[in-house]
Ligand binder design. Structure first.
Ligand SMILES: *Cc1c(COP(=O)(O)O)cnc(C)c1O
Length: 397
């Protein structure tokens, strides 16, 4: 015999288990705009954990574009796109995204989570195969689950395993094969090996899909992302407006015309969810103009990343190697990462601890992220705080 109160008790037990393991996530309440400096519970803090790579989240030009669109086009669309939710602004943004990424066309979603969730199911059937990197974002994993295609998985960035999976899919008689990968693996800041992936795709006639959420706007020439950075072409790109491109919300898929045309007919998160509001769309249009010309911001971002990386290394922290502005500080078990984050919090530095199940057990970390608006003074202050906090909780010897 079960009942409702048993159910709620069961949930409470699950929550106590999460708490007991030191895995409980808690949210800080920010009472300022998002930026390098924020206010949390009345305290000024330095923010080292936003995806605000180019520092555009509080950019006056985006705010002005959003306000003008709200004045001229109203607040909400009160419709999905195909009923009565499409303004000229939506099409302008889709064309702008396609043009920026060198694709035929693009289609907007409420989030990249929805873009990845809606991408696979309309394009592939049980006759087909999807080969997915084992560290792909949760939204790709969910999107693949919703699709009837056969699933294959390769070890993170392991190109010989990818080839094994391609051979298996071919051997299993797959009609079409799609390789799906993040452009940047966000827990580590590692880049996908796109030259090898596109070469293997060529060899086996596979379609390539890259989720470039942690790259578009700042990696590669004019910020066109990881394919541009490594000088290759991929078939389908997905991305977000919620990170470097202003940080509000919205996602997109860019690719060949028939792909986008069919998604507009069949992608369920597109068909059954509201259109983006005009303010967000207009600000995103402004963001693409800013970002395309933002070589100065990109130079500052990567300068900051280098400075921060070498500062942490000289203190003695263990980092993962790389050049991406995601710079993980490795701390072992979850309680250590949380204690370290708290010690930094007390020193006015906001970071986020990541631990199981987001990363493997024993690989808990503070994921620091650079942005173009952090100054050298900010970073020096943060380095001092990291050193003092590490001594306090004995995070390093
Ligand atoms: C952030 C992120 C998403 C989700 O993007 P939203 O627009 O916030 O839904 C999807 N994929 C990757 C790789 C991401 O980093």
């Amino acid at each position: 015999m079960t009942d409702r109160s048993t159910f709620l008790d069961h949930l409470r037990e699950t929550l106590s288990g999460i708490e007991a393991e030191g895995l409980m996530k808690r949210e800080r309440l920010i009472t300022s705009a998002q930026g390098a400096h924020v206010t949390v519970a009345g305290r000024p803090m330095l923010n080292l954990c936003a995806n605000n790579y180019l520092g555009l989240a509080d950019d006056p030009r985006l705010i002005a574009a959003a306000k003008a669109a709200m004045d001229g086009r109203g607040y909400g669309m009160a419709s999905v796109r195909f009923i009565c939710g499409t303004q000229d602004l939506h099409r302008q943004l889709e064309e702008r995204i396609a043009d920026y990424l060198g694709m035929d066309d693009a289609i907007l979603f409420a989030a990249c989570f929805d873009a990845n969730g809606g991408l696979f199911e309309p394009l592939l059937t049980e006759q087909d195969a999807i080969i997915s990197d084992s560290l792909n974002h949760a939204s790709i994993i969910d999107g693949v689950r919703l699709c009837k295609a056969k699933r294959y998985r390769y070890a993170n960035n392991d190109m010989s395993d990818l080839e094994v999976q391609l051979l298996t899919a071919v051997g299993d008689g797959a009609r079409f094969i799609m390789i799906a990968t993040d452009g940047v693996f966000s827990m580590d800041g590692y880049l996908a090996n796109l030259p090898a992936i596109t070469a293997l795709a060529e060899k086996y006639g596979a379609i390539t899909m890259v989720d470039d959420c942690h790259a578009t706007g700042f990696m590669g020439p004019e910020g066109r992302g990881t394919p541009a950075l490594s000088g290759v072409k991929v078939d389908i790109l997905t991305g977000t407006l919620g990170k470097a491109l202003g940080g509000a919300l919205g996602g997109y898929i860019a690719g060949p015309r028939p792909v986008i045309d069919l998604l507009r007919q069949r992608a369920r998160p597109y068909l059954f969810s509201n259109a983006l509001p005009p303010a967000v769309v207009a600000a995103a249009l402004a963001a693409f103009d800013i970002v395309e010309a933002a070589d100065d911001l990109r130079a500052q971002l990567f300068h900051n990343a280098e400075y921060w990386r070498s500062g942490l290394e000289s203190i003695g922290f263990r980092l993962l190697p790389g050049m991406h502005p995601i710079i993980p500080v490795m701390l072992g078990e979850a309680p250590m990462a949380q204690a370290f984050a708290r010690a930094l919090d007390a020193r006015g530095v906001m970071v986020s601890a990541f631990f199981y199940p987001v990363v493997p057990r024993g690989a808990a970390r503070i994921r620091t992220q650079m942005n173009a608006k952090l100054t050298m003074d900010d970073l020096d202050m943060a380095l001092e705080a990291f050193e003092a906090a590490a001594k306090e909780v004995r995070a390093i010897r």
